[in-house]
Design a protein around this ligand. Sequence first.
Ligand code: SF4
Length: 448
Amino acid sequence: MKKYFWRIFGCAMNYADAERVAQVLAKLDFVRTENLDEAELVLLFSCAVKQKAEDKIFGELEKFAQWKAAEPGRQIGLTGCVVRQTSDQAAAKKDEFLRRAASLDFVWRIEDSEQLPTLLAKTKQLPATNYQLPTTNFLAVEPLRQNRRQVLVPISTGCDNFCSYCIVPHARGRELSRDPEEIMAECEKAVKNGAREITLLGQNVNSFQKKPGAFAELLKRVAAIQELQRLRFMSSHPKDFDESVIDVMAANENIERHLHLPAQHGDNEILRKMNRNYTAEKYLDLLEKFRAKLPDASITSDFIVGFPGETEAQFENLLKFYKQADFDFAFFSQYSPRPGTAAAAFLDQIPASVKKERFARLNNLVVATTARKFARLKNQTVEVLVEKCACHSLEKGNPEKNEKCVCEGRSSEFYLTKFAGDTKLIGELVKVKITQPREVELFGEILR
Ligand code: SF4
């Protein structure tokens, strides 16, 4: 048995991809290890959404280059959104990233994963079994689950939207939807194997099969799987989000009371320059319809501050929009130009100091809004799916005894909730009474 070590960056899609790559490697007699020293292959799953994420990969590669140099035969492979061309160091046409990082042995586009056995064979890692994928449709590969309780199921890959700041359509290509029957079979099997929560994944789930209503229909079918306790989906696009999804959510209690609907900005001119194809008014109208049918559900969003040309007045519009929408929480970042995207060529880039200052102002608003909403949850009970526990021994030198653990997971509304518990609870649904709502997380006591 050969062993590999991996590091995964970026979004849930990379984790879903990694589970399929794990299956390909298992067929090649590789097993995953968490101990780098016993591995002979390192795989990195990269993210290219921001410059920082890309820089991180170079930082990691430097560390792994030392590991590789320590023993002959060690190999490093890379996939994910930074890769443009499947290739190795001997290829006539090499990927740009491969040229910039000499420690890398090969890179591959995730949709070219059927070439992984060949790439490994070329770099002398392939064992006797000359395994080939049974299909060139990578998403049809059965995933080797790393977490059988919380399961990620991609329903599509790629994106057709070309938001002007985004690298994803360039990195992952055009949108391709999976066959609904294949998705259903994967979900049913996951539930049979103990899944408590399924998350349906796509860059834009609402354009599934490019047919209005198709995603709502799929959501309804998955929600109907007997014994599925929790169902989530992400990400949604406001331009394609249709009301049939709201109706399906309202009719099915096992669909979590949470909608993540990336707005990206609250000023119409910036939204137009971002190529988002909706207005702030249309977005707010959607929220009104959503809240009319699901008044207790939470709504979270994504924002970019300092998009090229963003004036102080436009940024103020973003803040005003945030207050009007009254989001439960938001993820936000400073705009970072991605080479190859339309916005990277815009001439009116915003100075770093201005972006930083606006970022801090948005941060203050997000934290204050969430803290106000969370304060109302004191003494209420939420149901949490336990994801992990951080434990330490109370007795020095005795790691086994008197362990104290802080466990955490998400409520149905996607609120991060922490409580004193133990590792046996990982993967279980527990009731937690909120005793201390903090700024952006909840602390409570487990009810036994
Ligand atoms: S919808 Fe826009 S932001 Fe989302 S992946 Fe597609 S291009 Fe990127």
